[in-house]
Design a protein around this ligand. Structure first.
Ligand code: PLP
Length: 407
């Protein structure tokens, strides 16, 4: 029986060979996955680790990426989400129930705090804030269910007392979830750190940052080593319809090959900038976990035995510089672009009002406006030049403003 042209357009006779060797694995795009027969349909188990039954559950392309992320970070089971924040939300919505208490560090990724505050007001979940460098500020009650950790913390980059925080959480049978975006699985192993081989229960990673590396793709991952936890997350992932595009997964997978090299380069450039920034008079504080004067430095040294750190440095400007001055400074930068995120090829700058962002007293932080530099792949000398130039312009602007001519 010969089909009509319209049908032949759809059912093409040619089939790709089952296996040909290419450097990158083949890309699968799927909503529908075709079952060979009814037997295959009725024998599917959507809770199986690699279940090919529908696009939202995954394809060889997404499973390949998930396996690789798991391998890099030292986890076992990986779920992918369309953004880092969506991965965070998956953890929150999976484990927090009415009446539970959740602990978050004061320097946690801001939108995570916002999501938790939203759950608090709507679902009766109690949000408690602790200081990541003071384990005594973490005082869980009987109702405590989950603690969020972040190493190093967002914007102010304090490295937490991870060992004692995790130990205390384990003692109280509280789930530990780490936002592992900064370390990217390269600076330290979240599933095996410290002399006592401690492990967090869950590691969340904004793959948007270093794994993507392009500043162009949004994605997140949730990793566990425990099968029971994974099944809970897996079920929530499935019923919430969290899915990613095969094309995006293939792009991130392709970038992974260079991730370590990029991370190390950006780490080194950030350290070069750190030294230079410290020699400048315009800042009262330069924040970077590898710097001895930064809060949590000893914890960084203890945990990040690789000696690595992400390419982020924050500075606090002298208090005499007001918001108008700092805006002027940021606008003078040419290589550093004004924008959120990090881990891409282009260096970025962002300004922050710490007063509006923190809930606890942070005595280790000096007064002044904060600017965060995210180091890209440019040559560090050019980046220094860019900042030097912007600082010169700033000083001119602030101290040498021409006296208004009156006629
Ligand atoms: C960027 C980021 C996220 C969120 O990732 P998105 O993909 O932008 O949603 C979460 N945590 C940290 C620490 C981040 O830097």
């Amino acid at each position: 029986m010969k089909n009509k042209p319209q049908t032949r357009l759809i059912h093409a006779p040619r089939k790709a060979p089952q296996y040909i060797a290419t450097v990158q694995p083949p890309l699968y795009r799927a909503s529908t996955i075709i079952f060979e027969n009814t037997n295959a349909l009725f024998n599917r188990h959507w809770t199986d680790e690699y279940d090919y039954s529908y696009g939202t559950h995954g394809t060889p392309t997404t499973f390949t990426l998930g396996d690789q992320i798991a391998q890099i970070e030292g986890g076992r089971y990986c779920l992918l989400a369309p953004s880092g924040l969506s991965a965070i939300n998956l953890v929150n919505s999976c484990f927090l129930n009415h009446g539970d208490e959740v602990w978050v560090s004061d320097n946690i990724y801001g939108p995570n705090m916002e999501h938790l505050r939203n759950l608090e007001s709507r679902y009766g979940i109690s949000v408690k804030v602790y200081n990541s460098i003071d384990v005594d500020s973490f005082t869980p009650s009987e109702k405590a269910k989950l603690i969020w950790l972040e190493a190093a913390g967002s914007v102010t980059l304090e490295f937490p007392d991870l060992i004692n925080l995790v130990k205390k959480a384990q003692k109280h049978k509280i789930l530990t979830a780490l936002d592992n975006t900064w370390g990217a699985g390269l600076a330290f192993n979240a599933f095996d750190f410290g002399d006592e081989h401690l492990s967090v229960d869950i590691s969340v990673h904004a793959l948007t940052k270093y794994p993507s590396g392009g500043g162009d793709i949004l994605m997140g991952s949730v990793l566990t080593r425990d099968q029971k936890l994974h099944h809970q997350l897996f079920r929530m992932h499935a019923i919430q319809g969290i899915a990613i595009s095969g094309d995006d997964a293939a792009q991130v997978q392709r970038s992974l090959a260079s991730m370590q090299i990029r991370y190390e380069h950006q780490c080194k450039s950030a350290l070069t900038l750190l030294d230079w920034l410290k020699s400048q008079d315009d800042f009262v504080q330069v924040l970077h976990p590898a710097d001895e004067s930064s809060a949590g430095h000893s914890y960084w040294k203890e945990i990040c035995t690789s000696g690595l750190s992400a390419g982020l440095v924050s500075v606090i400007f002298k208090p005499e510089y007001d918001l108008t001055d700092i805006r002027y400074f940021c606008d003078q930068l040419k290589l550093f672009k004004l924008g959120f995120s990090w881990g891409g090829p282009v260096s970025l700058v962002m300004l922050y009002h710490l007063k509006d962002m923190r809930q606890l007293e942070n005595q280790h932080l000096k007064q002044g406006l904060l600017v965060r530099f995210c180091i890209g792949l440019e040559h560090p000398e050019d980046l220094i030049q860019d900042i030097e130039n912007a600082l010169k312009q700033l000083q001119k602007y602030k101290y040498e403003q021409p006296i208004q001519q009156t006629e």
